[in-house]
Ligand binder design. Structure first.
Ligand SMILES: [Fe+2]
Ligand SMILES: [Fe+2]
Length: 423
């Protein structure tokens, strides 16, 4: 009988014969030193690409940082979760950004998700958030009962995706404040096959996550400053809150994206457009609080005073250096103008109203109708869409209405986003 073990062993040995060409190559240090050089090399080239930019727009930063990390680790997919405090459930992880090359998810479509994951050991991201430690899992489907965390298959089941290897790390800000979690999924080898993340990846993720955390911290701080400014500016008006301003902004951005307008496509302008949307009602700061807070019907002269807020807002921006303030000034001034010409303050019509103002007008009306106010219940989203469609070419620019209706599903998500669901 032939001893196959021997044959195999001989074959194995034959393969291991020293290769004269290879042994002639000069050796730089020992194996571990060469590995260190490799890691350093990867980190240096990643850092060159990822070095800080002055852009602090949150969506842009999420896209840039998640893409950079996915490239660095050859990951097929990734998620960034942001740690958020909710009134009903304490702290949780909100899906902030998702990318998936195989499923071609590369957009904001998932980013108005209202899903919040509790910070506990039931999920992988929750476990990382709770323990503040890095996890590298060769295959999430091979997790057994002994692991303190579990893998939630719902995304795979609904999308047909097969998650395999995962590298997950906590994100910290500049003063080590916990900001969220980055999750990288399915490392690909050169042939596109999913393989586990390497030991080296496990070391590098800490440095990459530090950078991502820093960039995120800056973006979140900038956004929160603006939102706080809105809150202060609108404290006097119970109808206009930071949440209203944020939703008007998100709706306006969706419309602008669909219309492929310049101030969406050019990233620097996008940030300015976003600031303009969020600050559209800044002029309310100049309206006496007894008028803004009045319960019940306003008199005609009180209405006339409220109608000054676009001009007050415009003056607020035009006092500052252009061009950074030109789009916000335009939006503040024109968001109550109507396509038909009977809006305020200047009764402009059609293309006399700048596009930014025409977009803001639809976003503002939609958000106000969908929200609860002291004098009315929220309208059902379908009814709001009907009104917007009916006002096509009357109150609103027809092109803006078409874009609004084309992205209505995303707008619905924006409206629903603050009604937190626990998954
Ligand atoms: Fe307004
Ligand atoms: Fe508003």
């Amino acid at each position: 009988m032939v001893d196959t073990r021997k044959i195999h062993s001989n074959k194995h040995n034959a393969k291991r014969k020293p290769n004269p060409r290879k042994s002639a190559e000069p050796l730089v240090g020992n194996i571990s030193e060469r590995n260190d050089v490799k890691i350093l090399d990867r980190l240096v080239s990643w850092y060159r690409e990822a070095r800080e930019s002055s852009i602090t727009d949150l969506n842009y930063v999420l896209e840039r940082e998640l893409s950079g990390a996915m490239r660095f680790f050859d990951a097929d997919a990734g998620t960034i979760y942001i740690n958020e405090k909710s009134e009903t459930m304490g702290n949780g992880l909100r899906f902030a950004y998702i990318k998936n090359k195989t499923l071609s998810i590369n957009d904001f479509n998932f980013n108005y998700s209202n899903k919040v994951i509790p910070i506990n050991t039931e999920s992988i991201a929750g476990y990382v958030a709770q323990t503040r430690s890095v996890l590298s899992i060769p295959d999430v489907y091979l997790l057994n009962e002994s692991t303190p965390y579990g893998f939630n298959k719902s995304f795979d089941l609904s999308s047909g995706y097969r998650s395999g290897s995962m590298l997950v790390a906590p994100l910290f800000g500049y003063v080590s404040n916990f900001l969220g979690v980055i999750q990288l999924i399915n490392k690909n080898d050169e042939s596109g096959k999913t393989i586990p993340f390497s030991m080296e990846d496990g070391l590098c993720i800490e440095i990459v996550a530090r950078h991502v955390g820093g960039a995120l911290d800056k973006a979140l701080t900038a956004r929160n400053h603006t939102l706080n400014l809105i809150k202060v500016a609108t404290t006097f008006d119970p109808h206009e809150t930071g949440a209203h301003a944020q939703r008007v902004t998100n709706i306006g951005m969706e419309i602008a994206k669909e219309m492929k307008v310049d101030f969406y496509i050019k990233i620097q302008l996008r940030e300015i457009f976003q600031h303009g949307l969020i600050l559209h009602d800044i002029g309310k700061i100049g309206i006496p609080s007894e008028i803004l807070q009045k319960n019940g019907k306003l008199t005609e002269s009180q209405f006339a005073i409220i109608r000054n807020h676009p001009l007050i807002g415009y003056n607020y921006f035009s006092g500052m250096e252009a061009p950074f303030n030109s789009i916000p000034a335009e939006i503040a001034l024109n968001h109550h103008e109507k396509w038909s010409g009977n809006g305020y303050p200047n009764n402009k019509s059609h293309f006399q109203i700048p596009l930014s103002g025409r977009i803001a007008a639809v976003a503002d009306v939609c958000e106000a109708l969908c929200s609860r106010r002291s004098y009315k219940e929220p309208w059902p989203f379908e009814k709001v869409c009907e009104l917007v469609a009916n006002e096509r070419g009357k109150q609103f620019d027809p092109d803006v209405v078409d874009a609004f209706l084309a992205v209505r599903e995303n707008i619905y998500r924006i409206i629903m986003r603050d009604q937190v669901q626990i998954s």
